[in-house]
Write a protein that binds this ligand. Structure first.
Ligand SMILES: NC(=O)C1=CN([C@@H]2O[C@H](COP(=O)(O)OP(=O)(O)OC[C@H]3O[C@@H](n4cnc5c(N)ncnc54)[C@H](OP(=O)(O)O)[C@@H]3O)[C@@H](O)[C@H]2O)C=CC1
Ligand SMILES: CC(=O)C(=O)O
Ligand SMILES: [Mg+2]
Length: 562
């Protein structure tokens, strides 16, 4: 295992090529000797600066941008010019800048991708060029540790963004480096362009993607199959993360490929781990047990089923029977409560369906669709989670009803970006007289209610996927198991400030995210070893490998090769 600290290009670049290589560029921080040795004299202003001084100037420039999207464009441009400075700046201002590079602003960046496009990053594989798939990957000379791939069909809660969905793999991989310390030169964003059904994009003369309705069915499956085959051939050890696929595709793709290569679906499994960890923290803060909770999940897609499946596995490990665990869940799709009296349930729906026999004494008509209001009125949930992508999906009267039956309701509106939140934290606190424990998908400022300040945790898979990447790459794990996500959830919960102080945020502050990621990575890597998915080492050796894998934004001295 070698150190993951910055290394110079081999053979070293020279002159303008060096300045234009974002992984090697130091800008005004090239030393006088480096300027002489590498043909940079005169290409840079004479004053030599430190990385910290550069970070201060970059922060000034960032602050001069008037709108959030301009700030996003500025940071993306900096990333494409000087990655070390970009990550130094991001780490110096993580609370302020993560929402610009990631949710919520990355949502607007995807919608406007064709208009703000500057330089290529990552690769686009389009359906008409599918026969060139192998060649596209062969053109990449770099080693790749982590790929994030999307087909752009379900971008956050914003729906089909076609090729504009590329903003998501770019943003997620920036977090792999920022939070998980994965070397930025070993990350690869990929957009699979299978067309778009977004008419606004198709009608936009600036649209950069393939102007065609989406390819689906057999042709879609064959395309994905040849993509996975190309990845396996070119990067046999890579970690492949699926991101923001429509729910009809996300689950089948995960099931088809999870035993073929080192891969996971972040919306299903990453979201499940962060939400399980945050619910465990909330339940501990109110002094209860997970096994006693009644959980209503609004939204039965990738995130909703991922979360409930993981919570159910956790309950089983805590000693509940299959049937007991299943009856803790009330999952709703657009047709109302999912119960075993409904026809055409999928395998995952059946595994989490409420028993129709339990509904016979409910105070509502249970012969047709059973509404959200009826479920909350009758089930009296202690936990309510939203993963619908629909703003306002938690109406006031339903939240007030929930708060009548439980002293401290746990309410997580998880949809992204901010514009899609099911109810804002301020609304939820108002409707629950300040009693709710809240976590959201996108960041929210603390809320004042009745003289008390409520911290709002950001329950986002960004607490988990970068740490998974770190643990997997450092241990050399060959597969990603559900148990690895289960231990990630527990490790995250262990870092909850609410364990010490029940009024504190349910999740650690972003400024501590690298430490939290390291803690989760140790747990994930140890689990991979325990399951025989990674080479067994001593705990000390494993921690050493994790520390050696973590890349930090510092400039390596450049030396001339003789
Ligand atoms: N905080 C986090 O870390 C994460 C948050 N998310 C967010 O969760 C949301 C959903 O993501 P995902 O599960 O992948 O998307 P999916 O499209 O897979 O699932 C959403 C589901 O919610 C259903 N739905 C929509 N409105 C309602 C409603 N009012 N009542 C009941 N069901 C409804 C949809 O039905 P239909 O298709 O029929 O409209 C769909 O089945 C997105 O906004 C996403 O950004 C996702 C992953 C991680
Ligand atoms: C966070 C995330 O993965 C999503 O909203 O899709
Ligand atoms: Mg996602």
């Amino acid at each position: 295992m070698t150190s993951n600290q910055p290394t110079q290009a081999s053979p070293p670049l020279h002159g303008r090529a060096l300045i234009e290589s974002p992984l090697d560029n130091k800008g005004t921080a090239f030393t006088e000797q480096e300027r002489i040795d590498f043909g940079l004299t005169g290409l840079l202003p004479p004053h030599v600066e430190t990385l910290q001084e550069q970070s201060q100037r970059a922060y000034e420039a960032f602050c001069m941008k008037q709108s959030e999207i301009e700030k996003h464009i500025y940071l993306r441009q900096l990333q494409d010019e000087n990655e070390t400075l970009f990550y130094r700046l991001m780490l110096d201002h993580i609370e302020e800048m993560m929402p610009i590079v990631y949710t919520p602003v990355v949502g607007a960046a995807c919608e406007q991708f064709s208009h703000i496009y500057r330089r290529p990053r990552g690769i686009f594989v389009s359906y008409p060029e599918r026969h060139l798939m192998d060649g596209v990957l062969d053109n990449l000379i770099e080693d790749v540790d982590v790929i994030v791939v999307t087909d752009g069909e379900r971008i956050l809660g914003l729906g089909d963004q076609g090729a504009g969905g590329m903003g998501i793999p770019i943003g997620k991989l920036a977090l792999y480096t920022l939070c998980g310390g994965i070397h930025p030169g070993k990350t690869l964003p990929i957009l699979l362009d299978l067309g778009t059904n977004n008419q606004e994009r198709l009608d936009d003369p600036m649209y950069i993607g393939w102007r065609h309705e989406r390819i689906k069915g057999k042709e879609y499956d064959e395309f994905i199959e040849s993509f996975v085959a190309s990845v396996k051939r070119r990067f046999p050890d890579v970690l492949l993360q699926w991101e923001d696929f429509a729910s009809v595709d996300s689950e089948p793709i995960l099931e088809r490929y999870r035993d073929q290569l080192c891969t996971f679906n972040d919306d299903i499994q990453g979201t499940a781990a962060v939400t399980t960890g945050t619910i465990l923290a909330a339940v501990a803060a109110v002094g209860g047990d997970l096994a006693d909770q009644r959980i209503v999940m609004l939204g039965a897609g990738s995130a909703g089923f991922g979360i409930c499946s993981q919570l159910k596995r956790t309950m089983l490990r805590q000693g509940l029977s299959e049937e007991q665990a299943q009856q803790r869940f009330y999952i709703l799709d657009v047709d109302g409560l999912i119960h075993d009296g409904r026809s055409n349930l999928s395998a995952v729906e059946k595994s989490l369906a409420q028993s129709a026999a339990n509904l016979t004494d409910w105070d509502c008509d249970v012969t047709g669709a059973i509404s959200f209001a009826d479920v909350v009125h009758n089930a009296k949930p202690t936990v309510l989670v939203g993963a619908t992508g629909h703003a306002g999906a938690f109406p006031e009267e339903i939240i007030r009803e929930m708060a009548q039956h439980v002293e401290q309701p746990i309410i997580f509106p998880l949809s992204n970006p901010t514009s899609r939140v099911e109810a804002t934290p301020a609304e939820i606190l108002e409707w629950t007289e300040g009693r709710a424990l809240i976590a959201t998908g996108s960041p929210f400022d603390p809320v004042e209610y009745a003289g008390k300040t409520h911290a709002i945790a950001q329950c986002n898979n960004s607490y988990v996927f970068p740490a998974m990447g770190l643990g997997i790459r450092a241990s050399g794990a060959t597969r990603v198991s559900d148990e690895m996500f289960a231990v990630a959830a527990i490790a995250l919960q262990e870092k909850s400030p609410a364990l010490e102080d029940p009024t504190a945020s349910l999740l650690p502050a972003l400024k501590d995210i690298r430490d939290v990621a390291r803690h989760i990575a140790v747990a994930v890597a140890s689990e991979a070893q325990a399951q025989g998915l990674a080479e067994k080492t001593s705990p000390e050796e494993l921690e050493k490998r994790i520390d050696q894998t973590i890349w930090s934004p510092i400039y390596a001295p450049l030396t001339r090769s003789n």
